[in-house]
Design a binder for this molecule. Structure first.
Ligand code: ADP
Ligand code: MG
Length: 292
């Protein structure tokens, strides 16, 4: 009866767009104690929009959007795509950049018309010894308003700030509530700044918020829980969190995510509905009850 019960469990999941990669996963998910979520694209819609553009050094809004659009164009990061979308909305031409590279958890670097172009968070500026003094007050004001802000630095000087706002998915709060009802502890890991992360955390009622975490450190948070003896799941879209999905006892890839998430995940939630996390756990528990 054992293999049959597992097949039935998987089959029911399949109909609901909940894909279990193996029978063992059904058992793993039934025993979860702690569950972590990536913020951007998982708890939030992940389609941020540009809300403010702050200018320095006599650059115009058009200049800053043209330059930022060029630098962000090669990136698939949601923040990057939002900047490119805004530039296109203004009918600006997206130029090609040279020596492009992406620094996970920080932003992007490249050469724009032979000058170094940096687009990313304040840590990226610090890393490259860019003086942020003039922009700091604006940055803090935007963060207080819950906005994620990208610094645009050309030739070692900040020429503008682009603030972006992302909204929480409609079902996120209910999904978190239901997991608490199942007795799980919840946490959020994000590379975004503390202020923005805390605001989202409070909005959705998550137990613990860990912000400004670099992609390579996300894995350590999972390990910390595991070292304490907990069985941990991680839910994410794979942008900068595939290693954390791989480290967790059950990696849960959510629908809109990257192919890498779908490959790494033990469970794939096809419908991009966070309520499916709780459904998957209940399915695992029911299947296990049948086996016993
Ligand atoms: P999250 O954990 O919220 O998914 P990431 O680890 O993907 O966040 O990114 C963390 C932070 O790194 C972002 O909030 C942003 O400040 C910065 N960042 C990463 N990639 C980019 C990019 N392409 N453009 C601008 N900022 C970026
Ligand atoms: Mg992410």
């Amino acid at each position: 009866a054992t293999p049959t019960a597992i097949m039935v469990g998987s089959g029911v999941g399949l109909n609901r767009g909940i894909l279990f990669k193996s029978a063992a996963v059904l058992e793993g998910i039934a025993h979860l104690q702690v569950i972590g979520f990536d913020k951007t694209g998982t708890l939030t819609k992940g389609t941020p929009e540009v809300t403010d553009i702050i200018l320095y050094d006599s650059y115009t809004k058009k200049d800053v959007l043209t330059i930022a659009g060029a630098g962000e164009n090669p990136s698939i990061h949601p923040l990057a795509q939002a900047v490119v979308a805004e530039a296109k909305k203004e009918h600006l031409i997206i130029q090609e950049v040279e020596n492009y590279s992406e620094v996970g958890g920080y932003g992007v670097t490249c050469a724009y018309e032979s000058q170094q172009l940096l687009i990313g968070n304040i840590k990226l500026m610090h890393l490259n010894h860019v003086d942020v003094q003039e922009a700091e007050k604006d940055f803090h004001r935007l963060a207080e308003a819950g906005k994620t802000t990208s610094f645009i630095a050309l030739g070692g000087r900040v020429i503008g700030l682009i603030a972006l706002a992302d909204v929480v998915k409609e079902s996120t709060k209910e999904a978190i509530d239901r997991l608490h009802e199942l007795g799980l502890k919840t946490f959020m890991i994000t590379g975004d700044n503390k202020k923005v992360a805390q605001m989202v955390g409070e909005q959705v009622g998550i137990d613990e918020v860990m912000a400004e975490v670099l992609p390579q450190d996300k894995i350590n948070i999972i390990k910390k829980y595991q070292d304490q003896g907990f069985r941990v799941a991680m839910v994410g879209d794979g942008i900068n969190d595939a290693p954390a999905l791989a480290q967790s006892d059950v990696g849960i890839a959510i629908g809109s995510g990257t192919d890498v998430a779908k490959e790494t995940g033990d469970v794939v939630l096809v419908r991009n509905d966070l309520l499916d996390v709780e459904r998957a756990i209940r399915l695992g528990r029911r299947t296990l009850a049948k086996i016993k």
